[in-house]
Design a protein around this ligand. Structure first.
Ligand code: ADP
Ligand code: MG
Length: 251
């Protein structure tokens, strides 16, 4: 008999992964699962291996051993561009937008068919693409400023634009490294809303330091320490965990 209950599939399955840099294990025997429409926050002290974890998922850094499966596809053997095509979008700590182009143009050239700016000038005129750009622009709160040069945006708005540049690629999994660093309180709140709205249809892995922000967005939190999993649970659970307090939250 057919089941009518919704099947929640594991989106990402990291199994016993180690990343060694000439003998030093930045990630050490780590296993982690991310489900569909999950918003996972990863915290941990400096050097815990958080950025390396994202580099590993997106193929920027190769695993020394272990497996990373995205919807059953092994990612550790794929080059970065194939991982992007498979549906994984990565945002780095510093926004990499085109300052001289308008917000609209930045979004347009991020659409997958647009392999060059010139081709994108052709593609962007289709109604479907206009609609997609308009909807992403609204989600990232930049609808009223589409014609503005990206270089003129505030730091926070540049971060949103970069998230928007990922969203137009329609990835199933987004990886965000410290997305609210340098943002005002208001911008942090609005980013929290943005991430929660994204998580209605996609999975996210978000690295973050600001515990107030973590509390405002997190469902489950993973705590890394020395490349290993130290704790995992709700914000309340990890905040009450003596090991987490000792290595991370104590000071
Ligand atoms: P986090 O993002 O949690 O602060 P990272 O993942 O950036 O930590 O780094 C984890 C550890 O791995 C650190 O000790 C860092 O110095 C080391 N590391 C990161 N990348 C490299 C690299 N390319 N070569 C050598 N060591 C690295
Ligand atoms: Mg980092």
């Amino acid at each position: 008999m057919e089941s009518h209950s919704e099947i929640v599939e594991t989106m990402l399955n990291i199994d016993n992964v180690t990343v060694s840099f000439s003998g030093f294990k930045a990630v050490d025997g780590l296993s982690l699962k991310i489900e569909e429409r999950e918003l996972r926050v990863v915290i941990g002290p400096n050097g815990a291996g958080k950025t390396t974890l994202l580099d590993l998922i997106c193929g920027k850094t190769k695993a020394t051993s272990g497996s990373v499966k995205f919807r059953g596809t092994e990612l550790t053997v794929l080059p970065e561009f194939k991982i992007v095509r498979a549906g994984v979008g990565r945002k780095f700590q510093n926004p990499s937008i085109y300052e001289e182009l308008s917000i609209q143009e930045n979004l347009e050239i991020s659409i997958p068919q647009a392999h060059s700016v010139r081709r994108s000038l052709f593609f962007r005129r289709t109604p479907e693409i206009r609609e997609q750009i308009a909807s992403v622009a609204e989600q990232i709160r930049l609808s009223s400023q589409l014609k503005k040069k990206a270089g003129l945006l505030s730091h926070g708005q540049k971060q949103w634009l970069e998230i928007g540049m990922l969203l137009v690629q329609d990835p199933e999994l987004l990886l965000l490294d410290e997305p609210v660093a340098g943002m005002s309180h208001k911008e942090r709140e609005q980013t929290g809303e943005l991430l929660r709205s994204i998580a209605k249809g996609k999975s996210l892995v978000v690295i973050e330091h600001d515990m107030d922000f973590v509390r405002s967005i997190a469902q489950r939190v993973t705590v890394l320490h020395q490349g290993r999993l130290l704790a995992e649970g709700t914000v309340e659970e990890v905040q009450a965990d003596p090991r987490v307090i000792e290595v991370y939250l104590g000071n």
